[in-house]
Design a protein around this ligand. Structure first.
Ligand code: AMP
Length: 384
């Protein structure tokens, strides 16, 4: 059992918004944060006690972080596994490196689901260039071709309607391991965010309902408007995965729902965008629980408050001129989070809004209204 005492350092690989929100939770418990990120002005680097400015897989930098910190974690999954495997012999890394490596590889993810008897979309994969021709035997169209590694927010994906288009897509990525997956005509996408501690106890935040735009999460709603049967299945699948992979920390599993069927899409070994609303909707957030778990503290038993919805603020919004922060903040029961990022590029997650309301529908309406208020030019009009 790893126990981190208040005042000790927690080391975080990756300095993005997830790391920054982990730090807010860690600071409440008196921990110090050291971050490894190549950008000295990354969201977490701006507020960490110590920053190591180097690439994520620079062995000397990872060593330095491990020396400083009592425990290590990461806030995004594209970290070099061999490097961390080496370090994990002398410093605990949560979630464990095996879980990380499975989450980096869509083939391993899907095979893990098969092994546990959990359903996924039909798929075929090719790990080597020689195996690629076998992908043309795929029979379930429309389909999506995905790179096996490195895909996030819908990047590295190509929808194909038939065998000819699949052939074209294979030419686009001539040297990469690929997976071809049936396009699921889902009713809704959902996710389960949960935390498992070092004593194997699991606490979940129920089911979130997720809406994407151009492959990027746009709006999440909690609780998800799915049947009890579907909700319980999703939670039980996520718990099975967490136990099987010996998770310590917060993890997220994303699902497609088709009728009563729940198909696993992918997992993220970290707090997740769809869990941001746990900051306001529960008395302990996904970040609080993550820090407790990796620090060897008992998990909180979060009580759920009101239904909630989160809307992401992408860099695209900034292209529309000055944003009306006053008006957005004038929306009742709505919280604004900005991550401190300098350049508002298209598709870049700059911040989010979370609204609480009496029903999930009302929360979703309210958060969209608050986001629209950002681009309104009419000054502050109280919503009260
Ligand atoms: P992923 O990176 O695999 O999570 O994909 C990003 C988003 O693309 C998902 O959240 C879905 O909205 C969509 N998507 C990915 N795979 C499929 C699929 N097999 N069927 C339908 N939609 C998909």
């Amino acid at each position: 059992m790893i126990r981190v005492d208040p005042g000790d350092y927690i080391g975080i690989i990756g300095g993005g918004q997830l790391g920054r929100m982990m730090a807010y939770s860690a600071y409440q418990l008196g921990y110090r944060i050291a971050v490894l990120d190549p950008d000295p002005d990354a969201p977490l680097a701006q507020i960490a006690h110590r920053k190591i400015t180097a690439s994520y897989d620079d062995p000397a930098a990872v060593q330095e972080l491990a020396k400083l910190a009592s425990v290590l974690t990461y806030e995004f999954e594209n970290v070099s596994v061999p490097e961390l495997e080496l370090i994990s012999q002398e410093r605990a890394i949560f979630p464990n490196v095996r879980l990380l490596s499975i989450s980096q590889n869509r083939i391993h993810e899907k095979n893990m689901c098969r092994r546990l008897g959990l359903k996924t979309a039909n798929f075929l994969w090719a790990e080597t260039v020689d195996q690629r021709l076998s992908l043309l035997d795929f029979r379930h169209y429309p389909a999506i071709v995905k790179t096996v590694r490195g895909g996030y927010d819908g990047k590295g994906q190509w929808r194909v309607e038939n065998r000819e288009e699949l052939e074209e897509a294979l030419k686009m990525w001539p040297n990469m391991p690929l997976i071809v997956e049936e396009f699921v005509p889902y009713d809704v996408e959902i996710s389960v965010v949960l935390t498992r501690d070092q004593q194997k106890e699991i606490v979940d935040f129920g089911v979130m309902e997720n809406y994407h735009r151009h492959g990027i999460l746009d709006v999440s709603i909690s609780p998800a408007r799915v049947s009890e049967y579907v909700g319980e299945r999703a939670i039980s699948y996520a718990r099975q995965i967490a136990s099987d992979l010996d998770l310590v920390g917060t993890m997220t599993v994303e699902f497609f729902v088709v009728g009563n069927e729940v198909l696993v899409n992918e997992l993220a070994p970290r707090p997740h965008n769809s869990g941001h609303l746990t900051i306001e909707a529960f008395d302990y957030s996904q970040f609080d629980q993550h820090i407790r778990a990796i620090a060897g503290m008992p998990l909180g038993r979060p009580c759920r408050g009101n239904p909630a919805a989160t809307a992401n603020l992408l860099g695209d919004l900034w292209q529309q001129g000055n944003l009306n922060w006053q008006k957005a903040l004038d929306t009742p029961h709505t919280t604004l989070h900005l991550y401190g990022k300098g350049e508002a590029r298209l598709g870049r997650k700059m911040g989010h809004l979370t609204a609480l309301a009496d029903t999930p529908e009302a929360a979703a309406r309210r958060v969209r209204q608050a986001r629209e208020a950002l681009t309104s030019k009419k000054g502050v009009n109280s919503f009260y």
